[in-house]
Design a protein around this ligand. Structure first.
Ligand SMILES: Cc1cc2nc3c(=O)[nH]c(=O)nc-3n(C[C@H](O)[C@H](O)[C@H](O)COP(=O)(O)OP(=O)(O)OC[C@H]3O[C@@H](n4cnc5c(N)ncnc54)[C@H](O)[C@@H]3O)c2cc1C
Length: 531
């Protein structure tokens, strides 16, 4: 086997603004080596986790499959191809890399990814293969951050992080910079590096001696290395939207949200919605798998601002991308702490012991709290949930049900079509109040009334509450027996956590610890555990 420039693609399944492919083109020219783009379907990603979930659930698996197939099609159009293999990278890749090869891959920061890198490096130890990382998953390049290389001085609070990385736009906490007030044109920039061009046709030549049959494999659902029978997901009629994997569909959504519909113009006002495709960008799944880069989103938002309008909403989409960066760098800084029961604090807290029944109320949307149940049923049926929903269900699980928050994060990891390790586990450890930041303990009844006043979202997902008037739908336990019968709500469950803990005065403001919780009958007599 002769030397190649191997582009081992992982969460960067795109052509445009791809540091790995860009570098592959450069190195191929410089060293006169052919290129070998590869994607590896690792069976470990399709196993059950220690909490019992499929690590990659069906919805995300399908999105991944579509994304990989799309990239293969795109590379073929450039006269190249994508070698898709099933197996462990540390077993699949070494035989493909002759002496003098270079292995390029996007740098990841979390435990499992780093462990695989370590194992692959170990497997390559007797081969003369050069390993090069490319940074490519964030809006800001790691090297451009105003922090030490090990990020030890990066703030753990988002606003402080944002104000440091975005100094020229920094206004006071969570406010929109003056340049964006009103409908003014943009006046400032954010030090984001420009996007890299798409590789040109012919710039990623394949190794001439590598058997053509290696490239014939185009996986279908049956080829995904699940260790059990898993049915391909079917489309749900009530889903917020249909997510199709791949760069083409991701760029189409971006175009739709910006230039085709001007939806971005009103993002700020509707971003806390929960129903339908339009209240937010819905770009997260493509960002998570790197089908679209955050810099591409930034580039297009800037184009939109120049052509149409720069306002609070256009700024706020970029602001959200900074949240995404924040969690990536937070994960890089804190390593395994984001996966630990006690999080960053290391402090013990009483977690409710549970053999599974109480947790199932949450996963199945049977807690008796309509806001929680509607969101959890949406997640289970479609693989998506709004940010408002995620904040509430996470707070409810960790601070009201007092269940080990990692089971919630694990459930999200399995089901979310947009699962991203840093964003998911980072948001969860924050929601559980286990970082140095303040605790956002949500009053889920108040949230339900504020963000779904008429109960439209609740009715969309909870057939039992279809006919309940909006004055009662947020607190169905307040209905009399006669009302429950009249409105056909008899099947809706009783609340699993005492509703009096959500009295307005019991839970005012943020930053308070979790309220006392009355357990359901089956937890009586069990002692709280501190994990
Ligand atoms: C408990 C919990 C778990 C989450 N898990 C994930 C996850 O696995 N993957 C994921 O991409 N997001 C996660 N989020 C963040 C956020 O809820 C989603 O990014 C968002 O709902 C996706 O919808 P959207 O693309 O329409 O977002 P928009 O509102 O349109 O925001 C634009 C983009 O900004 C980024 N973003 C927005 N809010 C956040 C945030 N709080 N943290 C990180 N990035 C953000 C996302 O990339 C998003 O696509 C989680 C939030 C919570 C509270």
């Amino acid at each position: 086997m002769s030397g190649v420039v191997c582009a081992w693609l992982r969460n960067d399944l795109r052509l445009y603004d791809s540091p790995v492919l860009h570098r592959a083109v450069q190195l191929s020219k410089e060293r006169g080596l052919p290129t070998l783009p590869v994607y590896v379907l690792d069976p470990r990603h399709f196993q059950r986790t220690k909490h019992g979930s499929l690590k990659t659930g069906a919805v995300r698996a399908l999105f991944l499959l579509q994304s990989v197939r799309c990239l293969k099609r795109q590379l073929r159009k450039l006269g190249s191809d994508l070698l898709i293999a099933v197996g462990r990278p540390e077993e699949v890749l070494p035989p493909l890399l002759g002496n003098g090869s270079v292995l390029l891959t996007q740098e990841e920061v979390t435990f499992e990814e780093l462990r695989v890198d370590g194992e692959l490096q170990q497997a390559l130890v007797n081969q003369s293969v050069q390993w090069q990382y490319c940074w490519g998953s964030t809006l800001y390049h790691k090297e451009d951050l105003p922090f030490r290389a090990d990020l030890k001085d990066a703030p753990d609070v988002f606003t402080l992080f944002k104000n440091k990385v975005e100094p020229e736009l920094a206004a006071s906490a969570n406010e929109v910079p003056a340049t964006f007030q009103g409908e003014k044109k943009l006046q400032s920039d954010m030090n984001v590096r420009p996007c890299l061009p798409e590789p040109e046709a012919g710039s990623l030549p394949l190794p001439p001696l590598l058997g053509k049959e290696l490239f014939e494999f185009e996986p279908s659902w049956q080829d995904l290395p699940f260790q059990e029978e898993v049915a391909a997901p079917t489309e749900h009629q009530g889903a917020a939207m249909r997510f199709e994997g791949g760069e083409e569909a991701g760029l189409a959504r971006l175009q739709h949200y910006l230039f085709d519909t001007d939806l971005i113009r009103g993002y700020f006002e509707v971003r806390n919605g929960m129903l339908g495709p339009d209240y937010s960008t819905k770009l997260a799944p493509w960002l998570a798998l790197g089908c679209v880069s955050p810099r591409k989103v930034y580039e297009q938002v800037r184009e939109y601002e120049k052509a149409r309008v720069a306002n609070k909403s256009t700024y706020w989409v970029l602001f959200e991308l900074m949240w995404r960066d924040f969690y990536k760098f937070f994960a890089a800084k804190h390593g395994n702490a984001i996966f630990k029961l006690h999080g960053l604090t290391g402090k013990e807290r009483a977690w409710r012991p549970d053999s599974g029944e109480f947790f199932r109320l949450w996963t199945d949307g049977l807690t008796g709290y309509p806001l929680i149940d509607a969101n959890m049923r949406e997640l289970k049926a479609t693989g998506f949930m709004s940010n408002r929903g995620r904040q509430n269900v996470a707070s409810f699980l960790a601070l009201d049900m007092k269940l080990d928050w990692r089971r919630g994060a694990d459930w999200f990891e399995s089901l979310l079509v947009d699962h991203d390790v840093a964003s998911n586990w980072g948001n969860w450890v924050h929601a559980a109040g286990l970082t140095t930041g303040r605790i956002n303990h949500f009053n889920v009844i108040k949230q339900s009334k504020s963000y779904d006043k008429e109960g439209m979202y609740l009715k969309h997902w909870l057939p039992e509450l279809q006919n309940v008037p909006s004055s009662l739908i947020h607190e169905p336990w307040t209905m009399s027996d006669e009302e429950r019968e009249r409105f056909g709500a008899g099947e809706y469950p009783a609340p699993c956590v005492d509703p009096t803990t959500f009295r307005e005065d019991a839970n005012k403001g943020q930053g308070k610890g979790p309220p006392k919780v009355k357990g359901p009958p089956w937890t009586k007599g069990e002692k709280a555990s501190t994990g």
